[in-house]
Design a protein around this ligand. Structure first.
Ligand code: FUL
Length: 463
């Protein structure tokens, strides 16, 4: 792979444009492109109002009368979400599929006379509607009698195999770091290497999330905000799931040896699970927009939780808000400015114009070793209030400081200074009127490469 990249990328000026390691794996690159996808917390808690079920709930507690996974998936699709990750098993140990390795599952419930399987319904709905399917499987289990013994690791691996081999392709496997005592008051020593190996074996294209990766890391908060800087790199050997430095999870680690980008998980409601009392507390459109700019806009991915109700459907207030959210996003990015000219000192073959051509693979490379700039000439009287930037992260993350200026007729005026760019950076700014914009990389870990510099004029918030 390395030789291939060097051969193709180094065209014209040998050694000028080479990967800066670490770089994302193919499965991580595919995941970066999704940007937004849904989280679904569903299970006995949906019926009891608990956030952390005790594991002692009777299986009959679970009785969604009108479960309709197509309705969930269509809603997510209308919202532009590209996939869904479901709590196949939350901390209470209840399995939403008829696992052979537990007696606390849908098979013991009265729902569909014990013949139902939520994972089957959801994975089929995803396939029908073209969304990706992912699973959350809580290692912490407050029900399973073997919890706290080496035998539980076997149980967990067997459950993993069931969910990873029975429902088609899985794009992400989510391992929760929350970890308490089991039903017998015991704590579990998890066999993480075996869990990871099982996922690799059954679903080689799935990314694995936990606080500490290996493929995707937690952003360190549940509010949906990444930070600036946000490095996609980390030194993973210092961490293990459930035991990671929260600050470092938020910032990443500049120069870290491993590619472990951040994911922002946040709920559209106060709780992760649905409860009737929160129907009036669905996040506002303004909140969702701030979350979008705070996560995707900061180079992270957004995992937005939308919990189905006790009927087994996404409630009306959530559906309405998601549709509004999509409409607003479409409106904000519907008017890209077409520059008259794009220029900057670049490596031959990696010209500055590549940053505006809307092709993800093409990029501009600065002729300078650690800095550079690209200038966009616009038609007279142009205005914008959003800037989308991106680095071609298949060659690593480089930018550590950038600045945006506009020409005010007599001089350059600074309108924004930031740290990292990464796979995507989207800035929400006040309206700027100008016919020249300059994006400068002030400092980078290696030759700066940019794959995107695009300007948009979002309509005023209330129209
Ligand atoms: C946490 C869990 O304890 C919450 O219940 C929820 O699932 C959240 C996404 O992760 O660690």
């Amino acid at each position: 792979m390395l030789t291939f990249l060097t051969a193709v990328v180094g065209l014209g000026q040998a050694g000028a444009v080479e990967p800066l390691h670490p770089v994302p794996s193919p499965r991580q690159l595919a995941w970066h492109r999704l940007r937004t996808y849904a989280f679904v917390h569903f299970g006995p808690n949906t019926f009891t109002g608990e956030e952390w079920g005790h594991g002692t709930e009777r299986p009959e507690t679970f009785h969604p009368r009108r479960l309709d996974c197509r309705q969930w998936v269509r809603t997510f699709q209308r919202a532009g979400l590209k996939g869904v990750i479901i709590t196949a098993k939350h901390h209470d140990g209840f399995c939403l599929w008829p696992s052979k390795f537990s007696s606390h599952t849908v098979a013991q419930s009265r729902w569909r006379r014990g013949k139902g399987d939520v994972l089957r319904d959801l994975s089929e709905a995803c396939r029908a509607e073209g969304l990706k399917f992912g699973v959350y499987l809580s290692p912490w289990d407050r029900n399973h009698p073997t919890y706290g013994s080496p035998q539980y690791n076997d149980v967990f691996v067997s459950m993993l195999r069931e969910v990873l081999t029975g429902y088609g392709p899985v794009f992400e496997v989510w391992f929760d770091g929350a970890n308490g005592e089991g039903p017998n008051g015991k704590r579990q020593v998890y066999d993480w290497p075996r869990f990871v190996q099982t996922v690799r074996e059954c679903q080689p294209e799935a990314v694995i999330f936990s606080d500490a990766g290996p493929d995707v890391r937690w952003v360190g908060n549940e509010q949906g905000f990444a930070s600036d800087p946000n490095w996609a790199t980390l030194n993973r050997e210092r961490f293990e799931p459930g035991k990671a430095d929260q600050n470092e999870l938020t910032l990443g680690h500049e120069g870290g040896k491993d590619w472990v980008p951040a994911e922002c998980d946040v709920s559209i409601r106060p709780g992760w699970f649905w409860r009737a009392s929160e129907d009036g507390k669905v996040k506002s459109l303004e909140d969702l927009m701030s979350i979008y700019y705070g996560s995707v806009g900061q180079g992270a991915s957004l995992l937005l939780n939308v919990p189905p109700n006790a009927d087994g459907r996404i409630s009306e207030p959530d559906v309405a808000r998601l549709v509004e959210f999509r409409k607003r996003l479409d409106a904000e990015f519907s008017k890209p400015l077409r520059p008259i000219r794009v220029f900057g000192e670049s490596v031959p073959g990696y010209e500055a114009e590549n940053v505006t051509d809307e092709r993800e693979e093409s990029f501009g490379a600065s002729s300078q070793a650690r800095n550079g700039s690209v200038e966009l000439e616009l038609t007279k009287g142009s205005a914008f209030n959003r800037v989308a930037l991106a680095e071609p992260v298949q060659l690593g993350q480089r930018v550590r400081r950038f600045q945006i200026d506009i020409w005010d007729g007599a001089a350059w005026r600074e309108i924004y200074v930031g740290d990292t760019i990464g796979p995507h950076r989207i800035l929400r700014l006040a309206r700027q009127e100008t016919d020249r914009v300059r994006v400068s990389v002030l400092d980078a870990r290696d030759r700066p490469l940019l794959s995107e510099v695009r300007l948009f004029l979002a309509p005023p918030a209330k129209v």
